[in-house]
Design a protein around this ligand. Structure first.
Ligand code: G6P
Ligand code: MN
Length: 445
């Protein structure tokens, strides 16, 4: 008997590379059935048609279905893989563009854009989690939707469950780079890390012999431009990794996630951004076009061979995680956002922190991290309070809390800016947040 896997957000650009990885595991991860669901049926259709061909080529015993409803998609399944983008790439564009018009960082998961993306996605996320828990109580619910910190925080209010997890490939992409710069084997480094999602720091990097290579790596990263192989042709990611060297030059100590650039250099980032040509535009022109081409290629030729379809880092990471969940005692480590509960004693016990966890068939167990120094503690507390307030704001329909969340965010700060920005963004998001939108119309009076 094989497994049943559900993919929620089947229309995603990540679906086909993910399926390619899942289906290439043969007896290691036999799949009987894959159920695909997307609330945008038209977007999922070509992915589904290509998926049927992919499965025929790679895993003929697996069946793929297009589920008619969320309920049908998550009923009696073993793994629910969630990769939604509420509002699609058009709303990503709004999240990135509007803050820039107010002189603030415009980014998918950081600053005002990240907060609003989270606010917009909470309802869908809770509905999916609720359906999965009602209809497949023991299943793994693996989310790789963004923004992971905000969504993990919202989900945790209702479920305290070691089999609902948020995964992010950023730290893995960074580890790939670290290993290649140090001349190590892929997967060799064992990281120690703390923070929030897209807001954390590597504190130690142990190689196979147990030696900490962080200091050596810091020096090498400052000297050169290191970029993950997968992102080499992508100008935005090249400059992001270039700034990593800058961050290390500016501050002693731990190695930050690349996303800290938005909080360390907001002014510089705003100056170098163009509200009319944000990352969403580029993704539409490049990644989306490429996936659409690959998809129609597979469909027209009825085979994946020669279509240009390949695996990607994110899909491989999800498969690594699934492998860890198949064993009772392999005890593999992953960096996952979980409830602090004392793992970092000098931070709120209730905070959702991204730290090393042990993963096995029974669920996720966190490792003890220890106290964090004041600089990081200050940054984390500030960011966590900002994210937590917007989660409270959405769950309670409390505009005042959302505004406080915006004001607290390092990339915003000023109350007048926060008011105008929140009002403008809620107007764009009224379809998803109607009550908050109504309330926001009084905010500028
Ligand atoms: C990394 C992050 C993801 C994010 C993605 C954006 O992989 O970990 O959370 O969604 O980058 O990449 P893109 O090419 O869409 O800007
Ligand atoms: Mn991520």
């Amino acid at each position: 008997m094989g497994y049943v896997v559900s993919i929620i957000g089947g229309g995603s650009l990540y679906t086909l590379p993910l399926l390619q990885t899942l289906c290439s595991h043969g007896d290691g991860f036999p799949i009987d059935r894959i159920l695909m669901y997307d609330n945008d049926k038209d977007r999922q259709r070509p992915r589904y048609m290509a998926a049927k061909i992919l499965v025929k080529d790679m895993s003929p015993h697996t069946e793929v279905f297009e589920a008619e409803s969320l309920e049908k998609a998550v009923k009696n399944v073993d793994y629910v893989l969630v990769q939604i983008r509420t509002g699609g790439l058009d709303m990503r564009e709004a999240d990135e563009k509007i803050p820039l018009l107010y002189g603030c960082v415009g980014q998918e998961t950081c600053g005002a854009g990240g907060l609003m993306y989270g606010m917009r996605s909470i309802k869908d996320t809770l509905e999916i989690t609720d359906a999965a828990r009602r209809l497949s109580p023991g299943s793994w619910v693996i989310n790789f939707s963004n923004p992971a910190s905000v969504l993990a925080e919202a989900v945790r209010r209702y479920w305290d469950d070691g089999k609902i997890v948020y995964l992010c490939d950023m730290t893995v992409l960074m580890l790939d780079v670290f290993e290649s710069v140090l001349g190590l084997q892929k997967g060799e480094l064992r990281p120690r890390y703390f923070g929030l999602n897209h807001f954390g720091w590597f504190t130690n990097l142990y190689d196979k012999s147990g030696r900490d290579r962080l200091e050596e790596l810091r020096k090498l990263l400052i000297q050169g431009d290191a970029v993950p192989a997968e992102l080499k042709g992508d100008e935005d990611w090249v400059s992001t990794f270039r700034r990593l060297g800058r961050m290390l030059k500016d501050f002693d100590g731990y190695i930050p996630s690349t996303y800290l650039q938005y909080y360390y250099y907001p002014e510089e980032i705003v100056k170098s951004s163009d509200p009319q040509n944000t990352r969403a535009h580029i993704v539409k022109k490049t990644k989306e076009k490429r996936v659409e081409n690959i998809c129609s290629n597979i469909i027209h030729r009825s085979t994946t061979a020669g279509s240009g379809l390949g695996t990607n880092g994110s899909g491989k990471y999800i498969m690594d995680f699934i492998e860890a969940t198949l064993h009772p005692d392999e005890n593999r480590e992953f960096l996952i956002p979980v409830k602090n509960g004392g793992a970092i004693p000098n931070l709120d016990r209730d905070a959702t922190v991204e730290i090393p966890c042990i993963v096995s068939r029974d669920g996720v167990r966190k490792l003890f991290v220890g106290e964090v120094p004041h600089f990081y503690k200050g940054l984390i507390e500030n960011q966590y309070a900002s994210e937590r307030l917007v989660v409270d704001g959405v769950l309670e329909n409390d505009l005042d809390k959302c505004l406080k969340g915006f004001v607290l965010n390092r990339t915003i700060g000023d109350i007048n800016t926060a008011k105008a920005l929140l009002t403008d963004m809620l107007a764009q998001n009224k379809e998803w947040l109607p009550e908050l939108y109504e309330r926001s119309r009084r905010l500028l009076e």
